[in-house]
Design a protein around this ligand. Structure first.
Ligand code: ZN
Length: 594
């Protein structure tokens, strides 16, 4: 297919190509072209939390003058070839991302391919005029020729250095190359054959498969040292999160945001040591998952990992749970029972919500850390244990020390290597990854087939603040998978926020005139199941065909969560005894430690 265009901004928004196919124009974005609508609808401004999104990618509005300053520093400090390489690869990375978006939104057609030039314009980089765009994914044929008007990179180069003898649109060429290579699924090289930065009236670029160029290497050196082909390969395998390690059944950590990566890097550094680690973070950020990953990456990986939520064990049972009981220690202790520390011997013990330990248990824990000895309740002899202690807290232990509620010496023993896990609202970039991860998990668990997640629903997930963090997101997805009534249906907003009550911060999107307008989408969940009589929830549950024990498990889990893991409180909410609830809770979860 060949498309010929000859346009300038201000012409009608649409014209016919030689073969009669209606194609969008790359006119300057003075009015949002209806052909851009699917792309511009993916652009959202969320000033409240300082984020701009293009679909699932976080974007930036940069001052071109700042970019010009950076360019100047790069060239003067590194020299032209190195600076050109850096900027080319930066553009390449953007192009790859936009190609994934184009394919997701539009498929594999020429129209889909032309999303690239449109996105380049939408992002404010350059206005693109299509001269020829031949795309044949079956044969791998590609020939592209485009004119660039108002190249931002030329302006930046002019500002930094004035007129150049050579083409200067390095980043933009990187973009065109990356975009087309990912779109075509093979290495395509674009070259700038004329450049306004070198005195031409406009920039002109030509692209075709690398092997069709006579001397591709003179340009290829600006891409990665290991060559363009490997880059394309890498982009084609979807950027699934890398599990921290591959033990069967082990899910590992999911995320790529900088906040997540920082925590993960600290974890990798400390895992192979024997240091005591203290995880800090709000409820639900995944402290236990981090602790499990730490254990699995440590030399103790083949030994037990025992997790205990200190807040969920009644205070009077804490010591016997942790350190064991000698026969006859108290009425009912008819035989000796090892505590969690003994069961964790050789491995790792994870003490969640360590701030809730009473002072007596704190004293004994300090002894384990100092002497590597435990003293069972009612016993006289101490026993040696070899256990790595990993703890977590969602309270400020320093404050607890000041108030006399937490031993200062124990605090210093625990705080050897603190790792802060950011709340989900500070790592929104990870939401799409996590959503996919949980979707796969729960579709498998409930034998559901869900056709992904709708745009509106993803918008809402990206905007929500998640006071309950990753655990809350996981619960939302689990509930949505269960409530999704039709096989093969995509999840919609109604499935996600079935319980209502969440407050969504409004966001801005690009209106028809190109100006930002407040989103016209509903700010609160549809009334289908929130508040009111609650009958629709029951309707949805009844139509979900779920067995009663699954429903019970969901209700119990919700109660425990709303009680911050305090089983006694959750039991009160449900009118059960603590023991009844604990039994059903652990049965429902099918786990407690391990
Ligand atoms: Zn140029």
């Amino acid at each position: 297919m060949t498309q010929r265009k000859n346009t300038k901004g201000g012409l009608p928004p649409e014209s016919l190509s030689d073969d009669g196919i209606s194609v969008p124009l790359m006119a300057a974005v003075e009015a949002i072209n209806p052909e851009f609508a699917d792309l511009s609808a993916r652009l959202r401004f969320c000033p409240k939390d300082g984020r701009i999104w293009l679909d699932e990618q976080r974007m930036l509005l940069l001052h071109l003058s700042a970019l010009a300053g950076l360019r100047h520093e790069l060239v003067t400090s590194l020299g032209i070839p190195a600076a050109r390489g850096l900027l080319t690869r930066m553009g390449y990375a953007s192009g790859c991302k936009d190609a994934q978006l184009a394919k997701r939104l539009r498929g594999n057609t020429v129209q889909a391919f032309l999303a690239g030039p449109q996105l380049h314009a939408l992002e404010g980089i350059v206005s693109v005029e299509t001269i020829r765009a031949e795309v044949d994914l079956e044969t791998g044929h590609h020939y592209g020729e485009f004119l660039w008007h108002c190249s931002s990179e030329v302006d930046a180069h002019f500002a930094a250095f004035g007129m150049s003898a050579e083409p200067v649109c390095w980043m933009q060429i990187g973009y065109a190359t990356g975009y087309t290579s990912v779109f075509m699924g093979q290495p395509i090289l674009y070259r700038e054959v004329e450049c306004r930065g070198a005195g031409s009236p406009h920039c002109r670029i030509v692209g075709k498969p690398v092997h069709e160029w006579d001397d591709p290497n003179s340009d290829m050196i600006y891409f990665q040292p290991d060559g363009l082909a490997s880059l394309v390969e890498r982009e084609q395998s979807p950027a699934e999160p890398l599990p921290a390690h591959s033990e069967p059944g082990f899910i590992g950590l999911v995320g790529t945001s900088s906040g997540f990566a920082a925590a993960h890097q600290l974890l990798n550094k400390v895992a192979r040591t024997e240091a005591t680690v203290l995880f800090l973070g709000e409820t639900g950020v995944g402290k236990e998952m981090f602790a499990r990953t730490l254990h699995a990456s440590s030399k103790r990986a083949d030994k037990p990992f025992i997790a205990i939520n200190c807040a969920a064990i009644p205070e009077n049972l804490m010591e016997s749970e942790l350190f064991g009981v000698e026969r006859g220690a108290f009425t009912g202790a008819v035989q000796s029972r090892p505590g969690k520390f003994e069961r964790a011997n050789g491995g790792t013990i994870f003490l969640d919500e360590i701030g809730t330990l009473n002072l007596a248990a704190q004293g004994k824990l300090l002894r384990v850390l100092q002497e590597r000895e435990i003293e069972p309740v009612g016993g006289s002899a101490v026993r040696r244990v070899d256990v790595r202690v990993v703890a977590a807290t969602n309270v400020d232990l320093r404050k607890a020390v000041q108030k006399g509620e937490f031993r200062e010496d124990l605090f210093f023993r625990l705080n050897v290597f603190p790792i802060r896990i950011p709340p989900l609202r500070e790592r929104r970039e990870d939401i799409p990854l996590l959503v996919r991860h949980f979707l796969t998990k729960y579709c498998e668990r409930y034998s559901q087939t869900v056709a992904g997640i709708g745009d509106r629903a993803m918008d809402r997930l990206l905007d929500y603040d998640y006071p309950g963090n990753v655990r809350e997101l996981e619960n939302i997805i689990e509930r949505a998978v269960i409530l999704c009534p039709d096989e093969g249906m995509a999840l919609d907003v109604g499935h996600l926020f079935a319980q209502g009550g969440e407050v969504i911060s409004p966001f801005l999107e690009v209106g028809h005139n190109g100006q930002l307008t407040e989103s016209s989408r509903p700010q609160t969940p549809p009334p289908s199941s929130s508040a009111g009589s609650g009958v629709p929830v029951i309707d949805q549950l009844l139509s979900s065909d779920l067995p009663l024990d699954t429903l019970e498990a969901m209700i119990i889990e919700a109660a425990v969560e709303r009680s911050d893991g305090n089983l006694s409180e959750a039991a009160r909410k449900l009118g059960l005894t603590r023991a009844q609830l604990a039994y059903r809770y652990h049965k429902g979860k099918g786990e407690s430690e391990g």
